[in-house]
Design a binder for this molecule. Structure first.
Ligand SMILES: Cc1ncc(COP(=O)(O)O)c(C=O)c1O
Length: 372
């Protein structure tokens, strides 16, 4: 027999259903959420932040935080009687939507870009979704807009200019990241909460979650939010007074393909403004090395995009914007297997001819041989 508390609280983010738009019983769920918050002391020491935590979203069912979005969005689609799901995605959102569509028994269409990471495309296909690749970014949105008009697709991603963010009902799911962080920190509010940002759906959702807790008197203050972005649209918008987010001309092709968009959204800007937050651009330089540092220091192997908040925290610490004693949570959003085709390097020696030769290899390090 399940214990009473297990029956009362579903083992997923649907335990927070009273703050979500649907009942847990109606949810299309794969057991998403309830991801670990790891104290990252070793990595924290390396970057000069004594109280660093990693909220590891790569442990979600499709190995990214997008599952928090998809579970609510697909539940909403079912509730609305939709019969075909569709999204425009470079990978994670598409893989996640495809999985939840499969779970709901609905077909799913994913408009992708030709530069998307191979493992994510494979993942989308394995879940049975139809991939529709495009060369030009803008074609994906026109395709989606026409599919919505012509076939009644339930689109979960944005598809009109200027970008307004993904379907707001799915963004509700991201609030649960904030609820979990506060619970896992026994009610303590971190000074900073950093996320990788593309359209800023997750950033806006996390802000809404902390604000719920503030409004309910469960926390005394808001954390400052930090957006780690590729091309700097939020940083530029924050520097001015206007609400318009600039569309940036990319100075480089982002290795972190999942967050490669050149323009974020108003709600992300609002989340930053209202929490005295900051935006830090993160370039390709040193990103793979950072990915390896996080993996080797903490045992968390993350997608390049997911490493960006850690790189941004390190940069903010260096600039003394984040102080060494402050408590900082990095929300790391996806697994390193997602874009392994962009970051892999095994750096392994050639095969050893015999056991003695292999032992000899370890002699100089006294048998340890850990990466420096
Ligand atoms: C791994 C990963 N991190 C972060 C993001 C940023 O998402 P958002 O649009 O919520 O800012 C994405 C997707 O776009 C992603 O795939």
């Amino acid at each position: 027999m399940p214990c009473p508390s297990a029956r009362a609280l579903p083992p997923s983010l649907w335990r927070y259903a009273d703050r979500l738009p649907f009942d847990a019983q109606a949810a299309v769920s794969l057991g998403e959420g309830l991801t670990p918050l790891l104290a990252a002391a070793r990595l924290g020491t390396e970057i000069g932040v004594a109280n660093l935590f990693i909220k590891n979203e790569s442990l979600n069912p499709t190995w990214s935080h997008k599952d928090r979005f998809s579970t609510v969005a697909v539940t909403a689609a079912k509730d609305a009687g939709a019969d075909i799901l569709a999204t425009s995605s470079t990978g994670n959102a598409g893989a996640s939507l495809a999985a939840y569509a499969a779970r709901a028994g609905l077909p799913c269409i994913v408009a992708t870009l030709s530069g998307s990471a191979g493992p994510m495309l494979a993942q989308i296909r394995k879940y049975g979704a139809r991939i529709v690749p495009f060369e030009q970014k803008q074609d994906r949105w026109s395709f989606l807009a026409k599919g919505v008009e012509r076939f009644g697709w339930f689109a979960t991603s944005p598809y009109r200019h200027p970008v307004v963010g993904s379907h707001p009902v799915g963004i509700e799911g991201y609030k649960t990241i904030a609820y979990e962080i506060i619970e896992q920190m026994d009610g303590e509010v971190p000074d900073w909460c950093a996320l990788p940002v593309c359209y800023g759906d997750a950033l806006a959702g996390v802000w809404l979650g902390f604000r719920d807790l503030l409004d309910e008197g469960k926390i005394p203050r808001m954390p400052r939010l930090l957006a780690a972005e590729a091309h700097g649209s939020l940083r530029q918008a924050l520097a001015g007074q206007a609400d318009r987010i600039p569309d940036m001309t990319p100075a480089f092709d982002a290795l972190a393909v999942s967050v490669g968009a050149t323009r974020s959204t108003f709600q992300a800007l609002k989340a930053l403004r209202e929490t005295d937050g900051i935006a830090i651009p993160v370039s390709n330089d040193g990103l793979i090395a950072f990915q390896e540092r996080v993996a080797a220091a903490e045992g968390a192997f993350l997608e390049l995009s997911a490493v960006m908040p850690v790189a941004a925290i390190a940069a903010a610490r260096k600039a003394d914007i984040i102080r060494s004693h402050e408590t900082v949570v990095a929300v790391v959003t996806a697994s390193g297997l997602k874009d392994i085709d962009r970051s892999a390097s095994t750096d392994a020696p050639a095969p050893f001819g015999n056991v003695d030769a292999a032992l000899e290899y370890f002699e100089a390090s006294g048998g340890r041989h850990r990466p420096a």
